[in-house]
Structures are given as C-alpha cells and as structure tokens.
Ligand binder design. Structure first.
Ligand SMILES: *[C@@H]1O[C@H](CO)[C@@H](O)[C@H](O)[C@H]1NC(C)=O
Ligand SMILES: *[C@@H]1O[C@H](CO)[C@@H](O)[C@H](O)[C@H]1NC(C)=O
Ligand SMILES: *[C@@H]1O[C@H](CO)[C@@H](O)[C@H](O)[C@H]1NC(C)=O
Ligand SMILES: *[C@@H]1O[C@H](CO)[C@@H](O)[C@H](O)[C@H]1NC(C)=O
Ligand SMILES: *[C@@H]1O[C@H](CO)[C@@H](O)[C@H](O)[C@H]1NC(C)=O
Length: 952
C-alpha cells in the first residue's frame, strides 16, 4: 500500500534528521527566540534538540536550521536581532501573528541564504530596513498587512532574484524608488519580478517613467489606493507582459498615454478614482480584457461612446461612472457573451437605449442612472437589475420597474448544507457543511483583481470551493469541509470571502494542522483558478490548538518517539507530501505509460504504447465526463468521428474525438498516433491529455480550446472580431506551432492538413494548431516521403504534393500561405469556383497603396491606415504558395518574417522560443519560468524536492 510506504519514508527521513543535532549556535538563537516570544509551541525547549524534529515549525538540514515556519501561532513579542545569525535559514514565515510587533530588525539582512520571507498580517511597525537589499537570494518578499512606515528602501532593487514583492496594506510613504546616478538601485532593476503589489499604502510623488522598461516581465502591477500624482508614464506601454494593472484610488492626472493598448495581455485594468484628463483611453485591441474600471475621472466630455465598448469580447465588467461619457450606447455592447455588470452612472449617455435582442445571459446589473436616456426598446429582452432612475425616460413614465431601485433579488453566495440539517452546536462550536459541530479555522481571503464581478453566481463560487477542497486533499491536510460566506467588495474593491475550514476527526485542528493550513496560504501554495487571480489571506486567531507532543517525547518508547518525531517534523511532512504528490503524479504518469491490462500484447497490437504524460481513460470515465456522450456535449463531426466536449473532475474542459465504431483505425495506427501526439508540447499546438482504448472504443482526449476555430472567427460565426494586429499575432502563433512540429518535435511531424479549421483560438486568442489525424512523423534518415494516398483538404493542398505524392515540410508551408491569404480576405480558399491564390495575384498591383487589394480585403480587418505591414504579409504569403518547393520559405523563415512584420506594426512579437514548453518540473523552478496562469511561489514546488525522493 502507498500509505504504509509513505509512513516508512517519513519515519526514515525524520529519524535521519533526528540523528544530526543542531549546532550549538543555532540552538542558542532559537532559545533567544523562545525567550523573546510568548506562545511558542509547547514542545519547544526543555533541553530537547530542535533539529531532532520535536520543535514545531523548525526544520533543519545537516544540523542547521533552514526553515522557521510559525504562521498563525499567536506569537507575541518582537523579532530579536539574533535571528540574523541563523546563517543557513532559507524560509522564514511568521505570518498571521498579530502580536509580533516592534520594528523589523536590520539583522535580517544577514540572512544571506534566505529565499522566502513571509511576515504577512503581523503587527510590525517602523521602517523596512535597508539591509533587506542584502538578501541576494530572496525570491519572495511578503510584508503585507503590517504597519510599516517610511519609504520602500531603494536597496530592494538589489534583490535581482525577486519574483514576488508584496508590501500591500502598510503605511509606507515617499516615492517609488528607481535607479538613478546617485542611488544605483531601484525597483526598475527587478527584471525577474512578476509581481509588484504595493497597494493600500501612502506612497506619493509621480510614478517614475523609469520604473518601466521593456526588459521587465511583470504580470501584476498593483499601486491602488496610494497618494500618487502626475501622469501615467508612457513607458508603462513597454511592459507587454502585464496582465493586471491597478492604478486606481490615487491622484493621477494628465492624459492616459495612447500606447496603453500595447498591453494586449491585460485582463484587469483599474484606472478609476483619479483625476485623469484628455480623451477617455482607447482600449481597442485589448481583446482579453475582462474587467475595466475607468470611473470617477475628468476625461474630456465625449459625444460618442468609444468604439471599444462593443469590440472587447472578453469583458465581464465595464465600470465608467462619472466619467463624462456621452452618446448613444451601442446595442452590441450587450451581446458580449460574458458581460455581467455595466455601471455607467452619472454620465451624459443619451438617445434610445437598445439592449439588443440577444443580450448576455450573465448580465446582472445595468446601472445607467443619472444619464440622458429618453427611450428604451427591446424591453422584453432585458434583464434583472436595469436602473434608469434620473433619466428623462423616468420623468415621463416613473411607473416602470427600471425607474425604481431593484429589490435585492439574489442572495450572496454561501456554501450550502451538504444534504443534512445543521445541529445546534454548543459553546462556540460551529456546524460544518456536513452538519458536524467543530471549531473551524476561519479567515478572510482577499482577491485583488478577479476577472468577474458576480457575487452570487454559485457556479463560480462552487468551483472555488471545490478547488480549495481538492487542494486540501491533495496536500493531505486534515480538513473535513469548507464553507464560503458573504462574498463582497471592500473599499479597495478587493473581492473578500469569509472562509470556515473545518477539521477532520477532532473537534479542533491541532498545532501541526494549523501550521500546515496557514503556510498553504502564506506561501501561496494554494493557487486558485485564473478567474480569481492573486490573493492574500488573513485568518482569525485560532484558540483551539491542542498540544500534541507535550512531555511525551522524553519517553524512550519507540512508538512514541516515532509519533512525536512525525508530529514535530510537520514541515518535513509537508515537504514529503509535496514530494509524494509529485511522485504520485509521476507514478500516475507511469501507470498511464503502461496502458492497462487492456492493452492486449498477445494480439497484433504490439508493445504497450510509450506515452509520456498522456493519460489512459476508461470508457466509463469519459462517459461520465460527457454526460454519456450527450447531444448537448457534441461539438462537431470530423473525418475521424464525433467530437464531444467534457469536463474532468478537476474542472478542466476537454475535447474528445471519438472514432466511429467500424471506421476506427487499426490498433497499431492508433498506438502510433498516441505515441506521436503525446510527445508534442508547445504553446501553439493543441495538447493531448489522454486517450481511451477500452470496450472497442478509440478516443483521443485533448485540451478544450474555448474560442473555436480560426475559420469561425473569420467567418463571423464565433462573434470574435479580429483586427489586423490580432490576425498577425494569430498567424505568428500558428506559424510557431508548425515550426515546432517541423523542427523541434521528435520525430519531426508534417501536419498535412493545415487550414483555418485546424487552427484553434484559446481564451486569449492564442493560436493553437490542431488535428494531427493525418500527420506523419518523418523518419530520421530521409525527409521526404512518397505516400500512397494523398490526404489533405482541397484549396489548401500543395499542388506539387498532389502531383508527385512527395510529402515535405514545404507542403505545410503552402497550406499556411493559403491560410495567410484567408486571414486577410476572410474568403474560403475556393469560393464560387475561384481560387484565392489566383484572386489575390490578379487583384494585386504592387505599385499602389496596400497593393490595391482593398476590394478583396475583409472589411472587418480595420482601417486602411492601420494595416501596417500588410504588403510584406502578402509578399510572404505568395512566397509560401510558390509552385516550386525550393522557392517556398521554411516555417522558421516564415516565423522570423512574421515577427518582423509584427514589430513593424508596433507590437512586441514576444520572445517565446519555438522549443518545447512542456513543463518539466526542473525547468519550472530553475529559471523562474513560472507560467503566468499558475505563478506559485512554491517553497515546495516539485522541482525543489531533494532528488532522492524521486525514484521509488
Ligand atoms: C546595491 O548593490 C550595489 C552593489 O551590487 C551596491 O553598490 C549598492 O550600495 C547597493 N545599494 C543599496 C541601496 O544597498
Ligand atoms: C535590457 O537588457 C539589455 C541586455 O541585458 C540591456 O543591454 C539593456 O540596457 C536593458 N534595457 C533597459 C531599458 O534596461
Ligand atoms: C447626444 O448628445 C450629443 C451631444 O452631447 C448630440 O450631439 C447628439 O445628437 C445626441 N444624440 C441624441 C440621439 O440625442
Ligand atoms: C455563472 O458563471 C458561469 C461560469 O462563468 C457561467 O457559465 C454561468 O452562465 C453563470 N451563471 C449566471 C446565472 O450568470
Ligand atoms: C440590498 O443590498 C444592499 C447592499 O448590496 C444593502 O445595503 C441593503 O440593505 C439590501 N436591501 C435589502 C432589502 O436586503
């Protein structure tokens, strides 16, 4: 059994550690900490060896103290300077101890090996010591929710390894430090940092233009609720990696720089509650923007609604109250599929309100009070929560429902009882969702920039509940159940949710349970899904910890020693749990790679497939994930059979290709195909998750790509409008995907069926090449194939291949050239008997502007003046469709040229290399190459595990 193995492993590790004892010096320092603090764990001291595993919260390596994690222990006192002598310390987490007060000792600067410093939610006061800049190896610095005063030390700029800087909710003053001739260090030097969280302080002065440069990799810039003045510097537009920008609740003035829409990765942007002037910013092109708040600014009064109101198809929330907006609202605004909240109070919106005949089904609030709206059509279509108070329409006809404030229709979300009746619990106990009385560990979780605004949608909150429970289970934390309550927005516009976490077994968590829970939050080991985005957690003091080892560890009874050792090395346990998790993942992968008893080796099926990372599903599993392959879940038909969408228990959406019975390929072909597909990992290639070879079925399970095919977008079916720059980016993405297949996949792959139907767009409109049903791996030796049967799609097919049946990578280049022409014309390759390649060539006049192609360009591509680089794009496409193979570029040449064109158009093509992005664990931790959607601080990232834990 796995369990016993884990047990043995733990005992071995803990016993090993207990053999080595702390160097006297470290012991002395720990004694000093113990003397300085009240409420240290009861098993601290009385002569035992802290490295023996019997001191809660202390971890040693080779007899030296390497981790102190005492979050949520109700420590009281100050942090003695002696701590600086723990020269081997890597992780220091004293978060959630409100009673830790006084100033932060400058001696922390001596902790030269420290990588993680977490002092979240303590009571520290006074300045952050400048010596903090000496902790060169620091990756994560979280000092949020204290009462630190004074400036941010410029020396923080010396922490070149810093990934996470969180100083939120203090009383910091002064300017944001940037490097200059006198002080050579500042925050601008932190080019590896992904997070600047400096909100809710009293920082003042201008945002220095020097703070931003194109070498930065920031994804979160949070400066909300400070006292910053001056204009938003245009250098902000250089940091194209940004996904969340909050500059709200300051005193910023001046015109928003026009290059703000270079930030095409932005998902949440708050510029509200400032004194910004000039025209309202133009956000066209920010196509992944979910949440925009421009309210309460002094923009120039406008007479028309900005055009981006109806083009940004990812919006859930648009807030622009009191912002001098005028004109008539376009009905298409309400067609945006996930739109939830429109708050445009106190503007000059006039004319007739038209809420379209097909408004977003998620619309919850349309607050247009205090405007100049005179009429309202399509009333029957509209929605809960329309408010038109203080508009002319309500002065003439005040009986309408929308002329009074709506009732609070839906209650805020709260976790429901789990099919039981809550008992009445005595003496301070609380009923869990499972109707058991217990002492929950409670606190509030603060999300600084979620992508949605609904406070009632039980799908969203239910899935957050499930993801947190899944995390607790995977980390083997002793949690029975969890309730979420009262989601709300606070004064900083953070989404706040109260959490009650109920213990397994005991009526209360024990000390190690609390330590583990608290650390999961302070270290951000728990990562919520992308919609919730970044968070911090502040727990209530927990008064119910039971001492677990007490005096027992003096006993020589072996059982007790193991018991207390295991208890005491909770951190090791956590570490090991992380290890076990990774190991289990690996083991699971290993299981998947030996597909199942079902793989009948005696028949002609050959050896078991060698699949890395692809998972084998049973028929029953896939049946469950697709509602029994219901019609609702059917999303298409391919040559291969039906395609279904489904959802894995962890919430991930999948697309399943189910071969028609009878038409399915031979076992050998199927095996070859999954072996091939499972080796392909690239950002621009749809990834295989697994397969099913069970009960006579052959199915391939892929990641589900939400925005459908490029064809659907070009034809207008998907409702996504692609402007020129997006088309360039999509072309580049698809080209990179093909280049990867040709040059980096092992063995190299020729796609053979490149077309706009096989290029999918994800939620951020990143292109992904799909459908390898026809793909052929190239053998190492020769790079040309004579195939017996020519496959592909008419209109995209390389005529040379068609005639000679000789397949090379250049056949994909040809098809890609056709795709490029389709991208600019939105015409089918063969339409009404006309071939797109010939059409373009005939219409073209190289001596004229845009090669005189206006007639056949897709009208929705944008204004002529914005089609920068179009001519080069056409040149490239025509080179791709040259008849002679050797005159066509390779895909890597195509990628380079597209990058140049995108730069010409003023955009950063990104620096992704075309090599594999498969997330090898090692890769993740080594280069801080944290994927933004999953940017964790993992002290316990699988990559940081001691190597000996891997093989087992
Ligand atoms: C930052 O480090 C440099 C050397 O790397 C040093 O000269 C400078 O004094 C440091 N700056 C601060 C503010 O500590
Ligand atoms: C960006 O990095 C390059 C290479 O490290 C350096 O030469 C350049 O000066 C940096 N640019 C800025 C604006 O810091
Ligand atoms: C709306 O107001 C603007 C001036 O602010 C005016 O030019 C326009 O004609 C008005 N539109 C309607 C439909 O009243
Ligand atoms: C709740 O959210 C989910 C997921 O975002 C969405 O599919 C659903 O339509 C929403 N429900 C309502 C009533 O808005
Ligand atoms: C409706 O909700 C608001 C806050 O969202 C609250 O202040 C008010 O009391 C509620 N009204 C009713 C009738 O529940």
């Amino acid at each position: 059994m796995m369990g016993t193995k884990i047990g043995q492993l733990l005992v071995i590790i803990c016993v090993n550690i207990s053999i080595i004892s702390a160097q006297n010096n470290d012991l002395t320092i720990l004694q000093a900490l113990k003397d300085a603090w009240q409420n240290t764990p009861p098993n601290w001291g009385d002569g035992s060896d802290p490295c023996g595993g019997s001191w809660d919260g202390i971890t040693c390596t080779n007899g030296r103290v390497t981790k102190i994690t005492l979050a949520s222990m109700q420590l009281v006192g100050d942090l003695p300077g002696d701590i600086g002598q723990l020269s081997e310390l890597r992780i220091l987490d004293l978060s959630y101890n409100k009673g830790l007060t006084g100033s932060l000792t400058s001696q922390v600067g001596n902790l030269r090996k420290l990588t993680h410093l977490f002092l979240v939610g303590c009571g520290f006061t006074g300045p952050i010591p400048g010596t903090i800049g000496n902790i060169e190896r620091l990756i994560s610095l979280s000092l949020s929710s204290n009462s630190f005063t004074g400036p941010i030390p410029a020396s923080v700029g010396n922490l070149t390894n810093l990934y996470w800087l969180d100083l939120t909710a203090n009383k910091l003053t002064g300017n944001i430090p940037v490097s200059n001739k006198i002080t050579p260090s500042g925050l601008d030097m932190l080019t590896l940092a992904r997070h600047f969280h400096l909100g809710d302080n009293q920082l003042s002065g201008d945002i220095p233009p020097r703070l931003f440069n194109s070498n930065m990799t920031l994804i979160h810039l949070l400066l909300e609720n400070n006292k910053l003045t001056g204009a938003i510097p245009s250098t902000l537009g250089l940091v194209t990696s940004l996904e969340v920008v909050r500059l709200d609740r300051n005193s910023l003035s001046g015109v928003v720089p026009s290059n703000i829409n270079n930030l095409f990765n932005i998902q949440q942007m708050y510029l509200s509650h400032n004194q910004l002037t000039g025209p309202a910013p133009n956000l066209i092109g920010m196509n992944v923007l979910n949440y925009i708040d421009l309210s309460n600014n002094s923009f120039d009064p406008s007479e028309v609604i900005p055009p981006w109101f109806s083009t940004l198809q990812a919006l859930t929330t648009i807030k622009m109250y009191n912002a001098n907006l005028g004109g008539v609202l376009p009905a298409s605004l309400f067609n945006i599929p996930q739109l939830q909240i429109v708050d445009l109070r106190s503007n000059g919106i006039n004319g007739t309100l038209n809420i379209s005949s097909n408004p977003s089904t998620e619309l919850q609030l349309v607050d247009l009070r205090d405007n100049k709206i005179t009429d309202f059509i399509q009333r029957s279509q509209c929605c809960i929560g329309l408010i038109l108070i203080d508009n002319p329409i309500c002065s003439s006809d005040a009986t309408e429902e929308f002329c009074s404030l709506p009732q609070n229709a839906t209650a805020l979300y709260s976790t429901p009882w789990n099919n039981c009746l809550p008992p009445s619990c005595g003496a301070g106990l609380v009923s869990s969702p499972n109707c058991r009385c217990a002492n929950p560990y409670t606190g509030s979780i603060f999300f600084k920039a979620p992508s949605f605004s609904s406070l009632t949608n039980s799908t969203i909150y239910g899935s957050f509940h499930d993801s947190l429970m899944t995390f607790f289970h995977k980390a083997s934390l002793p949690v029975d159940s969890l309730s979420l309550n009262n989601p709300r927005r606070n004064v900083d516009d953070y989404l706040v949710i109260d959490l009650h976490i109920f213990p397994d077994l005991e009526p209360s968590f024990n000390r190690t349970g609390v330590l583990a829970l608290a650390f999961a939050f302070s270290n951000q080991t728990f990562q919520p899904s992308k919609e919730f985005n970044t968070y911090f957690f502040i727990p209530e003091p927990y008064n119910f910890m039971l001492a677990i080892s007490g005096t027992k560890h003096k006993s020589s009874n072996a059982g007790t020693i193991i018991g207390s050792t295991v208890g005491g090395c909770m951190l090791v346990v956590l570490f090991v749990l992380a290890g076990i998790y990774a190991f289990r993942q690996k083991q699971r992968a290993a299981q998947w790679s030996q597909p199942f008893a079902l793989w009948d080796q005696t028949s002609k099926s050959g050896d078991v497939p060698q699949v890395k990372g692809a998972r084998s599903f049973t028929f029953q599993e896939l049946q469950k994930y697709t509602n029994n392959f219901s019609e609702m879940n059917n999303i298409g038909i391919g040559g291969y059979g039906m395609v279904y969408k489904g959802r894995l228990p962890n919430g991930q959406m999948i697309a399943i290709k189910r071969a028609q019975k009878g038409s399915s390929q031979g076992v050998l072909e199927f095996k070859t195909e999954i072996e091939l597909l499972s080796r392909v990992h690239h950002k621009n290639v749809v990834g295989l998750i697994g397969f099913c070879f069970d009960q006579g079925e052959q199915m391939l399970v892929y990641e589900y790509i939400v925005n459908g095919t490029l064809k659907d977008s070009l034809s207008g079916r998907s409702g996504i409008k692609l402007d020129w720059v997006w088309r360039l980016k999509i072309a580049l993405g698809a080209a990179r995907g093909l280049q990867y297949l040709h040059d980096h996949a092992d063995p190299p792959i020729i796609h053979r069926d490149v077309k706009t139907n096989n290029i999918l767009l994800d939620q951020r409109l990143v292109a992904k090449v799909a459908d390898f049903g026809l793909s052929k791996p190239l053998s190492d030796a020769n790079s040309t194939h004579v195939t017996t049967q020519v496959k592909g799609t008419m209109g995209y097919m390389d005529p040379e291949y068609y005639m000679t049946q000789q397949l090379t990578e250049k056949s994909d280049t040809y098809s890609f050239g056709v795709v490029m022409l389709e991208l600019i014309t939105a015409r089918n390759p063969i339409e009404k008997g006309k071939y797109i390649v010939r059409e373009v060539k005939e219409a073209m006049d190289k001596n004229r502007e845009l090669y005189s192609l206006h007639e056949i360009l897709d009208p929705t591509i944008g204004l002529r003046s914005q089609l920068i680089g179009l001519e080069r794009f056409v040149d490239l496409a025509l080179r791709c469709v040259e008849d002679k193979i050797n005159q066509r570029p390779t895909m890597s040449e195509v990628v380079k040229e597209l990058e140049r064109i995108l730069e010409l158009a003023g955009f950063n093509p990104g620096t992704e290399s075309s090599s594999s992005t498969s997330t090898s664990y090692e890769g993740v931790s080594k280069d801080h190459n944290y994927p933004s959607s999953n940017d964790s601080l993992f002290c316990y990232s699988p990559g940081s595990l001691p190597p000996k834990l891997h093989p087992m």
